[in-house]
Design a protein around this ligand. Structure first.
Ligand code: THU
Length: 188
């Protein structure tokens, strides 16, 4: 092979290698971005079986709901950072105002037992204890979550049954939420 031909093939090789590296990187960057976005949304952090276990606990809790006024029964299963689960149901009152949501019942049970770090909560609810659509936490419950949970990573599982559920982060359900960080003393 002539010297010029050798140079030509070396250059071709170089161009091909460069293209391979470039295409690997161009794939790698969007995949990394997608993973980061998924993490921010709080998705993909929990295994399906773990989610389904919480759904079963929340469903079971629904049957404990004390809801003689609205007949809307809600169950919640709150997962601590240490892996313990605290369950809660809604508890209504004839005077209406003292009524408590399932989510807050679970949080207050856990906090009163010394728990302070949480990773997820699952909520199931419906009229007469039959879930037909997602039951999203009310504004007051979202505020309570904001007190104890990291908005980017705390996962809120809204479930109809073990096969039909949606996972959101607290940040998604409570954007621009006010929390303990807002009360931090700042320099100057
Ligand atoms: N409720 C909950 O327990 N959690 C929610 O996420 C939404 C609403 C309760 C409060 C009340 O007892 C009944 O459902 C109807 O609003």
């Amino acid at each position: 092979m002539k010297y010029e031909q050798q140079i030509f093939f070396i250059l071709i090789d170089y161009v091909i290698i460069e293209q391979i590296i470039e295409s690997v990187f161009s794939l790698y960057i969007p995949v990394r971005k997608w993973h980061k976005e998924k993490r921010l949304k709080g998705e993909g952090l929990m295994k399906r079986e773990e989610i389904q276990r919480l759904i079963r606990i929340a469903e079971e809790q629904m049957s404990h709901a004390y809801a003689p006024y609205s007949h809307f029964q809600v169950g919640a299963a709150l997962l601590t950072a240490g892996g313990k689960v605290y369950a809660g149901c809604n508890i209504e009152n004839a005077a209406y105002t003292p009524s408590n949501c399932a989510e807050r019942t679970a949080f207050f049970k856990a906090v009163s037992e010394g728990e302070r770090k949480f990773s997820a909560i699952c909520i199931v609810g419906g009229m007469n204890g039959i879930a037909v659509e997602y039951t999203a936490p009310c504004g007051v419950c979202r505020q309570v979550m904001m007190e104890f949970c990291q908005p980017e990573t705390f996962q809120i599982i809204l479930a109809v049954d073990e096969e039909n559920y949606k996972v959101c982060s607290l940040r998604e359900l409570f954007p621009f939420g006010f929390g303990p960080d807002n009360l931090q003393e700042r320099d100057e």
